[in-house]
Design a protein. Structure first.
Length: 447
C-alpha cells in the first residue's frame, strides 16, 4: 500500500470514531473563534473589500460571505471567507505544525453547509477531520517545509479542507480519494507574503479554500488524480520537503485530536511574537515603568521566531503583526497587543517607534532545541540602570495554558464589536452554536 493510501485510510479511521464530548466542545469554540475573527477581518480591510466589490462585481447568490452582509455565489463566498478569516492573522493554529488550521476549513464548510442544509454538528464533525488531516500533513513535513519558503496553511490546508468537505457532503470512498489527489496537485502557498510590507498572507487562505472547493467539484465530476499523489520523486512530500523519504506522522499524534492541539490567540500578532509580548505585559504590571526610562530590551527565543520576525522597519499593519520588536513595544507601552495596537495611529506613534528600535531579538539554542514542545522566550529590560527579566514557555491560549471561558467570551465579544456586529446578534450566535442540531443557515444568515 502506498504512502498516500495509508494516510487516506488513517484519516478515514479517525472519521469513523465516536467524537469525545470534550473534542466536540473544543470544535464549538473553534467555530465561534472563526466567526468572530472573520467579522473583525472584514472591518480591518473594509476599504480594500470596497474596492474589490467595485472592480470584481461578485455575482449575488445564496451564500453568506461572513461579516460582509452579502449573499454571493458559492465560489465568491468561499474565497472571501478565506480572505477575511486570515486578514488579522488572529485565527487559530498550532506551533508544532506551523499552520493555521481553522480558517481554510471553516471558510469552505460554512457555505457548503448552507447549500446542502447541514447542521452545525455536521460541520463540526467534518471540521475535526479537516483539522486532523491538515495537522498530520503539516507536522510530518515541518520544519523543512517552512525552510523552503512554503506556507503550510496553503499547502497542507487545502488537503485538510478538501477532505473535510468530502466527509461533510457524504462522498464515496472513491470520490474522497480523487478529491484528496486533486488537492495534492492544488497545494500552494509561499511565505514571501510575509516580507516587505506584503498584504497577501490572507490570500493564501482565500485561494486554499477556493482550491478545496474546486477539488471537490472535479472529483464529483469524475476526474481522476494520481494513485499516489504524496509519494515518489515528483510527489507532494518530495516537492514540499526536498526529501522523497519523508515519513508521515500518525494521526491523533500523542493520543490527542489535532483540534485539541490548537491555540487561540489573545494578542493580535503572529504567534511567534506571543511569548515576549506576554512577558512584556507581565513586567509592565510588576514594575510600571514608563517607556522613556527603558534603555534597551532583548528578546531571546527559538530560531524560527527570529528570521522574518526581528524587523523594525514597519510597512503597515501586516508587517507590524509579524514583528517581535513592534509587538513587544506596544505591549510595554499599552499593556496589551490587541486590534487597536495595530492601527495606523499607533504604527506611527513616535514613542512606539523609538522603543521598538531599542528591542533586539536573538536566537537561544536551548529554546530552539525544545521548540515546538515549548515556545519559550526571555524578555530582559534595562531601565534606569536596573535589569529585570521574564520567561514565558507557554503563552496564553496554548493547550497547556488555555483561555478560560470568560477570557474566550471577552475576546469573542471584542472581535464581534470590532466587526460591527450588534451585541444581540453575537450573543445569540454564541448561544445557538451550543445547539449542534441548529442549521448552519440559521447561524450565518445573521452575519
Amino acid at each position: 500500500m502506498n504512502i498516500s493510501k495509508k494516510f487516506f485510510l488513517a484519516i478515514d479511521e479517525v472519521a469513523q470514531k465516536d467524537i469525545p464530548a470534550e473534542v466536540m466542545e473544543r470544535a464549538k469554540r473553534s467555530l465561534l473563534d472563526y466567526l468572530a475573527v472573520t467579522c473583525a477581518g472584514v472591518a480591518f480591510q473594509k476599504e480594500k473589500l470596497k474596492a474589490y466589490f467595485a472592480f470584481a462585481e461578485p455575482e449575488e447568490g445564496r451564500y453568506k460571505a461572513i461579516g460582509t452582509g452579502n449573499f454571493l455565489v458559492l465560489k465568491e463566498a468561499v474565497f472571501l471567507n478565506g480572505l477575511n478569516g486570515h486578514a488579522l492573522d488572529f485565527d487559530d493554529g498550532t506551533n508544532s505544525g506551523i499552520i493555521h488550521l481553522g480558517s481554510p476549513v471553516f471558510s469552505l464548510l460554512l457555505p457548503l453547509g448552507q447549500r446542502y442544509n447541514k447542521t452545525v454538528e455536521d460541520v463540526l464533525r467534518a471540521a475535526i477531520i479537516g483539522y486532523e488531516a491538515s495537522y498530520t500533513m503539516a507536522v510530518s513535513i515541518q520544519p523543512k517545509h517552512k525552510a523552503l519558503g512554503y506556507h503550510a496553511t496553503g499547502t497542507c490546508g487545502v488537503i485538510g479542507a478538501t477532505l473535510a468537505g468530502a466527509y461533510l457532503l457524504g462522498f464515496t470512498e472513491e470520490e474522497r480519494y480523487q478529491a484528496f489527489a486533486t488537492a495534492c496537485v492544488s497545494a500552494s502557498g509561499m511565505l514571501k507574503v510575509l516580507d516587505d510590507g506584503s498584504e497577501l498572507k490572507p490570500y493564501n487562505v482565500a485561494k486554499t479554500a477556493l482550491l478545496s472547493l474546486t477539488s471537490l467539484q472535479l472529483a464529483k465530476s469524475g476526474f481522476k488524480g494520481h494513485d499516489d499523489p504524496l509519494g515518489g520523486y515528483r510527489g507532494f512530500l518530495k516537492m514540499m520537503t526536498g526529501d522523497e523519504n519523508t515519513q508521515m506522522k500518525p494521526t491523533l499524534l500523542n493520543g490527542t485530536y489535532a483540534i485539541m492541539k490548537s491555540y487561540t490567540k489573545p494578542y493580535a500578532s503572529c504567534r511567534y511574537t506571543h511569548p515576549p509580548v506576554e512577558a512584556a505585559i507581565l513586567l509592565r504590571k510588576q514594575y510600571g515603568f514608563s517607556p522613556d526610562v527603558i534603555e534597551k530590551v532583548s528578546v531571546e527565543t527559538y530560531d524560527l521566531a527570529v528570521s522574518g520576525h526581528d524587523h523594525t522597519d514597519i510597512q503597515g499593519a501586516y508587517s507590524a503583526k509579524m514583528s517581535t520588536p513592534y509587538s513587544t513595544a506596544v505591549a510595554l507601552i499599552y499593556g496589551k497587543a490587541g486590534l487597536n495596537e495595530f492601527e495606523e495611529m499607533v504604527l506611527s506613534n513616535p514613542q512606539v517607534v523609538a522603543l521598538m528600535k531599542r528591542i533586539k531579538v536573538v536566537a537561544n539554542d536551548e529554546f530552539s532545541k525544545h521548540f515546538p514542545d515549548q515556545q519559550s522566550a526571555v524578555l530582559t529590560i534595562v531601565a534606569n540602570g536596573n535589569t529585570c527579566s521574564e520567561r514565558v514557555d507557554f503563552p496564553k491560549g496554548e493547550p497547556e495554558n488555555p483561555m478560560s471561558e470568560e477570557e474566550f467570551k471577552e475576546r469573542y465579544d471584542d472581535l464581534m464589536e470590532y466587526g460591527g456586529i450588534a451585541k444581540s446578534v453575537y450573543n445569540m450566535i454564541y448561544e445557538n452554536v451550543q445547539d449542534i442540531g441548529i442549521k448552519v443557515e440559521d447561524i450565518v444568515k445573521h452575519l
